[in-house]
Design a protein. Structure first.
Length: 574
């Protein structure tokens, strides 16, 4: 027999569903049945009478291969196939620039950039306000001389005849005299400029302002899409130069997100001239730097803030208030800290030369402040900076019970109350191998070791101090102080451990800060030694008495025998 498929024809393309297969068959004998299967073999028809077309056929997107079989009464069988493409999906089109709803300016060059991921893409094109259709083959620019709302329509066509369109609307307005559109990699803000406009695909890297009290807007609205600004392939370095420099460095490819009210504008670093009106967590406010927005802005990569001339100060921040919040975390690196993140610990601080550096995942006001000068430690070199001011940290009962962790500098103290007495733990010196401390008396605690103290001589340890790690950048020891309740010397090894920690001379009551005598632990050790020695003396005395009694016994026994023999020798014999 002869068998031909008449629809769909082999090698054809279809933009709608193919739901039937039509065929013709001729045979000299008697045709009995025809059936089909698709290329995967999972869609098969039931056997039906010959010459009846197949309906309710299921096809899929892409390549389809169907084979029809027919047989006659003599047992002869023939088959034929058709291969066709079904493509009923419109090609996707992504508009990278301009951003829908963004503001542009008359005569500004507006970048046209679009993409489509369709594998059968034929052509990309665009038009504006219904004018001529332009084919898009590479990045191109357009501009508008008139102001108002402008419609730009983007088209994507594939080889099978499918088409997709996307419409965006931009607002073209007049550029004010104090605004400037940056098309350079470096820009110095002149005196008449109050607004800097950053276009899409900018090469900008550095913006410098020479007056720290000026309020300069940094307009990123042409990069804003769904409340997110994406920084391009270059870092943004925003610097304000004055007596001291104030800098913000935003890393390349960073996303900046704000709420629905954010217009994509931030301000360049600006020194607040009324820093004294801000309330520091403790002490005196030295400098407040305004940047960012009145709304909270969050970053996917940390931003480096540099407050010039504020090395040795503490760091803080505020948003919508004049009350500053302390930044408690010290950065583990001045160039690329690893101990902060975008959700939990969002900022840290560290000194860098004469400057105070803050790394942050959010924008707000940042400040430097000086702690009250409770104790001033004059430095004589070593592992800490000279002229630093020490801090006394007060540990509450709840913090003491759960464990108090803090980065300590040389001279810093921890104050806590236990057994109705006030106790102080003071850091004498800090190095990468140990700290030297004073707690009623002094001692040395190696890094990663613990020190336990019996404060009320009841043979129960009350406090444990752990030297967990050393920060080589900030020269601080990370300590943990926690209230405990453990028996003193529950194991023989505990005595040896205490003896190992408490080393050095104990004979001089006027020892310097380098002495390592511990009166508290030493008294307990001495008491244990005294008890042990007392038992030894008692045992020796008892043994001596026993030996003495035995000797007396044998002496008198032997002496009595001799007297009896002498007496018997003098007696007459009968």
């Amino acid at each position: 027999n002869t068998l031909n498929i008449t629809y769909p024809l082999n090698g054809t393309n279809h933009t709608s569903n193919v739901s039937e297969i039509n065929y013709s068959v001729n045979d000299n004998g008697i045709l009995t049945a025809c059936w089909y299967s698709n290329n995967s073999g999972i869609w098969n028809s039931s056997v039906q009478n010959a010459s009846a077309n197949f309906t309710s056929v299921r096809t899929r997107e892409g390549l389809n291969n169907f084979t029809i079989y027919c047989s006659d009464s003599a047992g002869n069988e023939n088959s034929t196939f058709t291969v066709f493409v079904k493509d009923s999906i419109n090609p996707p089109v992504e508009i990278k620039s301009p951003v829908n709803g963004s503001i542009y300016y008359a005569n500004q060059s507006i970048l046209i950039n679009m993409e489509s991921s369709d594998s059968n893409l034929s052509i990309l094109s665009y038009d504006w306000n219904g004018t001529q259709n332009y084919t898009f083959s590479s990045l191109t620019y357009i501009n508008f001389t008139s102001m108002g709302l402008k419609n730009i329509t983007f088209y994507a066509n594939d080889t099978h005849g499918n088409m997709n369109t996307t419409l965006i609307i931009i607002n073209v307005t007049n550029l004010t005299t104090n605004s400037y559109i940056i098309n350079d990699s470096t820009f110095n803000v002149s005196e008449n400029i109050t607004k800097i406009i950053v276009p899409y695909n900018t090469s900008l890297q550095n913006v410098t302002l020479t007056n720290s009290s000026r309020n300069i807007s940094f307009d990123l609205s042409q990069l804003l899409n769904n409340n997110i600004v994406t920084i391009g392939p270059n870092n943004f370095t925003l610097k304000t130069i004055d007596t001291f420099n104030y800098t913000a460095i935003i890393q390349a490819n960073t996303n900046i997100s704000g709420n629905s009210s954010w217009d994509g504008t931030i301000v360049l670093p600006r020194l607040n001239t009324t820093a004294s009106s801000f309330t520091a967590p403790s002490g005196t406010t030295n400098a407040v730097i305004e940047l960012g927005s009145s709304f909270e802005l969050n970053f996917t990569s940390p931003v480096k803030i540099i407050i010039g001339g504020m090395s040795g100060k503490r760091a803080s921040w505020s948003r919508g208030t004049t009350t500053l919040t302390d930044i408690a975390t010290a950065c583990d690196s001045a160039t690329s800290p690893t101990n902060i993140d975008a959700t939990t610990t969002r900022e840290c601080y560290i000194d860098s030369g004469s400057d105070l550096v803050i790394w942050t995942y959010h924008f707000t006001n940042f400040a430097a402040y000086t702690l009250p000068a409770a104790t001033t430690t004059a430095s004589t070199g070593g592992s800490t900076s000279s002229g630093s001011t020490s801090t006394t940290y007060t540990i509450s009962d709840s913090k003491l019970n759960s464990g108090y962790t803090k980065a300590f500098m040389k001279g810093d103290k921890a104050r806590f109350v236990l057994f109705n007495k006030t106790h102080y733990f003071k850091v004498i010196s800090v190095s990468d191998s140990e700290i030297e401390y004073n707690l009623t008396s002094q001692g040395k605690l190696p890094v990663t070791n613990d020190y336990k103290v019996d404060l009320n001589s009841d043979s129960i340890y009350d406090i444990k101090i752990s030297y967990t790690s050393y920060n080589n950048i900030s020269k601080r020891a990370n300590l943990k102080i926690i209230k405990i309740s453990e028996d003193v010397f529950t194991k023989v090894d505990d005595i040896q451990k205490s003896v190992d920690i408490v080393t050095g001379t104990t004979s001089d009551d006027t020892t310097t800060s380098k002495d390592t005598t511990s009166d508290i632990v030493g008294n307990v050790v001495d008491q244990a030694k005294y008890n042990f020695e007392s038992w030894i003396v008692a045992v020796v005395i008892i043994i001596s008495i026993i030996i003495f009694v035995v000797l007396i016994y044998y002496y008198y026994r032997n002496h009595t025998k001799k007297k009896i023999k002498m007496l018997m020798s003098t007696m007459p014999t009968y």
